[in-house]
Design a protein around this ligand. Structure first.
Ligand code: PGA
Length: 340
């Protein structure tokens, strides 16, 4: 194959196909007509001299050549983005863009800070995606964003990881629940209670599961719901108990729509971290945004504000890892592990 015959346009199209796993969704994302997109991918395959994709059912799978091409396209895209940032940096931090990916629970805290950042730096665009732990780890492995706010990333990932805020998980019940008035409830008494669980891939779910598994308490899952908001409504409606980030339930607890149960071992203490691949060179805009987040976070939630008791550290599980992992090397993180 002669790489000179590849065009940037084709590489961008192929990257979108690889990221979306579908011609139709890639065409939609790029505002292209599906036949135009298919034609470009076909021409690209002719240039490469090998098939790039296989279609099984409605899904598109990349062949080995397709995967190699998608990686090259991602590298080129990242390099051009850095070029744009370098050019912007020559004019100072006031121009540029930041791609931020945050946990579903973080959206109760961080978006508020975006407004003041945007007002102070009108030339910087911030694009934000919200997802659960599993989704964010996949984005991190694919180097899709500048900064991530998530729990503790897997220990063997080569990333910079700075503790940003405490994320206590609390056990909530509908008001009037028989356990609502009790103190220091033994968690084993919750064995028969129906629970509303987050979806697989959620760090909140994995943490509560670890806590109850360690005690040998089987959880009775009544319903699986992929949104903190919907879980709150379901619990308030009397369908069961749930473990949620305290950041998500402040208003409902204050209004008495939910009550927090005083269960031994709770709150489960987790932390949010600001994370990015160790080899990544943060653009001036991204570095300015990171500094802004640290400078403007609510001091009450900053990790250093609370000494963590030993029992809570144990419950925190993997989140109890050192404050900042300092590992050598300059490679992006390895492919995603099963979310923990
Ligand atoms: P999640 O986030 O439950 O939305 O994945 C919480 C966490 O990982 O701490």
């Amino acid at each position: 194959m002669n790489p000179r015959h590849l065009t940037l346009h084709q590489l961008r199209i192929f990257l979108a196909v690889a990221q979306h796993g579908s011609f139709a969704r890639a065409a939609e994302a790029l505002h292209l007509a599906p036949p135009t997109l298919s034609l470009q991918v076909k021409q690209l395959a002719d240039t490469v001299g090998q098939p790039l994709v296989e279609q099984i059912g409605r899904r598109i799978y990349l062949t080995a050549a397709g995967q190699a091409l998608a990686q090259a396209a991602a590298d080129v895209d990242e390099r051009l983005r850095r070029l744009a940032e370098d050019v912007a940096a020559l004019r100072g931090i006031e121009k540029g863009s930041v791609r931020l990916a945050i946990l579903t629970t973080v959206k109760y805290v961080v978006p508020k800070l975006l407004g003041s950042f945007a007002a102070a730096h009108p030339g910087i665009e911030v694009a934000m995606v919200v997802g659960n732990r599993g989704a964010l780890l996949q984005r991190l492995a694919a180097n899709q964003d500048d900064l991530y706010i998530l729990g503790q990333p897997p220990d063997d990932w080569d990333v910079v990881c700075e503790p940003f805020a405490d994320n206590p998980l609390v056990l909530v019940a509908p008001p009037g629940h028989p356990l609502a008035r009790e103190r220091a409830i033994d968690p084993r008494r919750l064995a028969g209670e129906p629970f509303i669980l987050r979806e697989p891939g959620s760090g909140t779910r994995a943490t509560m599961q670890r806590f109850f598994d360690a005690l040998g308490v089987p959880l009775r899952a009544r319903l699986e719901v992929g949104s903190n908001e919907a879980i709150k409504q379901t619990v308030a409606g009397g369908l069961g108990l749930a473990v949620l980030s305290a950041h998500t339930v402040g208003a409902e607890l204050a209004l008495g729509e939910l009550v927090q149960l005083d269960v031994q071992g709770f709150p489960l203490l987790r932390q949010w971290h600001i994370v990015y691949p160790r080899g990544k060179r943060l653009s001036p805009a991204a570095a300015a945004f990171k500094d802004w987040l640290f400078a403007h976070r609510d001091p009450a939630v900053a990790p250093a504000a609370h000494p963590v008791p030993a029992a809570a550290r144990r419950a925190r599980g993997r989140s109890a890892a050192p404050a900042s992992t300092a590992r050598s090397g300059a490679t992006p993180p390895p492919p995603p592990h099963p979310p923990a």
